[in-house]
Design a protein around this ligand. Structure first.
Ligand SMILES: [Fe+2]
Length: 280
């Protein structure tokens, strides 16, 4: 009797439950901390001490991982960041002398010292319950690839994936958990070579995507019982490589799943939007 009253597919969540961290190397830890902590107002993860090798920075339930390396890696796209007070972020960025550009929806676009683009938004209704965190990572993609990329995440990860046209090219949006997304935006601009940066996702069903990726010869690392990796995103019909970015795929049994992350004076854990009843 109630058929048609609601779009029940709008309540579907696919197999990717969380986009947990973005990993880009940095040549200078002090400069990285100045940007991410002093500038953006995020909180260094003091529970993980890597000495001079790496720093991790908490952004709500997500993190930036910043291993030390001679060259800074640059994600081919833009990282979204939601903050409880955009004014505070603006003041922090002013204080460190970072250049900001105003953007759509009152957002601020800022670049890290090595060129990573981060678009910061004031928390609000558009981001659900996420008051602080990384709601999406948008990746530049070659013209004509968005539909195939959406089919890849749909067939391998059972993720809700939709393609919409825009004046600049098609955009594929892959749903992640309750409030996150991986977004692939087509562009005619040539992509720079892939430099090895990565992102990490948690999946509920761990073995099914592994079997599909393995069958296609796409697994690049069998890291541990809790983690595997792949890099190439292919058209599931033709096998053509559509884009490349390393995915660190973690199971919910990963020892770090659900680890509490300290976030300065950020809102309470229940409002970080992941729906697990706590921070991860
Ligand atoms: Fe990682």
């Amino acid at each position: 009797m109630s058929e048609g009253l609601f779009d029940r597919t709008a309540g579907d969540v696919g197999n990717i439950l969380a986009l947990e961290h973005v990993n880009v190397t940095v040549p200078d830890q002090r400069a990285a901390e100045r940007f991410y902590v002093d500038g953006l107002g995020l909180t260094r993860d003091l529970d993980m001490d890597f000495g001079e090798a790496n720093i991790w920075v908490n952004a709500g339930s997500q993190q930036f991982h910043l291993p030390t390396a001679p060259r800074g890696q640059v994600l081919r796209g833009t990282i979204g960041l939601v903050a409880p007070s955009l004014d505070r972020v603006r003041r922090g960025l002013d204080r460190i002398g970072a250049d900001c550009e105003p953007g759509p929806g009152g957002s601020l676009l800022v670049r890290c010292p090595w060129g990573n683009r981060i678009r910061v938004y004031q928390a609000g209704e558009a981001f659900g319950a996420m008051a602080l965190g990384i709601p999406w990572v948008e990746l530049d993609a070659a013209a004509g690839t968005a539909a195939g990329i959406a089919r890849f995440y749909g067939s391998v990860f059972e993720a809700p994936a939709a393609v919409r046209p825009t004046p600049g090219g098609a955009v594929a949006r892959v749903g992640v958990g309750r409030h996150q997304a991986l977004v692939f935006r087509e562009s005619d601009d040539p992509l720079p070579p892939y430099d090895g940066h990565h992102l990490a996702i948690y999946v509920s069903q761990f073995s099914r995507p592994h079997a599909r990726l393995a069958a296609a010869g796409l697994i690049t690392a069998e890291t541990s019982e809790y983690e595997y990796r792949f890099c190439d995103v292919i058209d599931p019909d033709s096998g053509e490589v559509l884009t490349t970015i390393e995915h660190e795929v973690r199971s919910l049994r990963h020892p770090m799943f659900g680890r509490p992350l300290v976030n300065g004076d950020a809102p309470a854990p229940s409002s970080t939007g992941m729906g697990y009843g706590g921070r991860i």
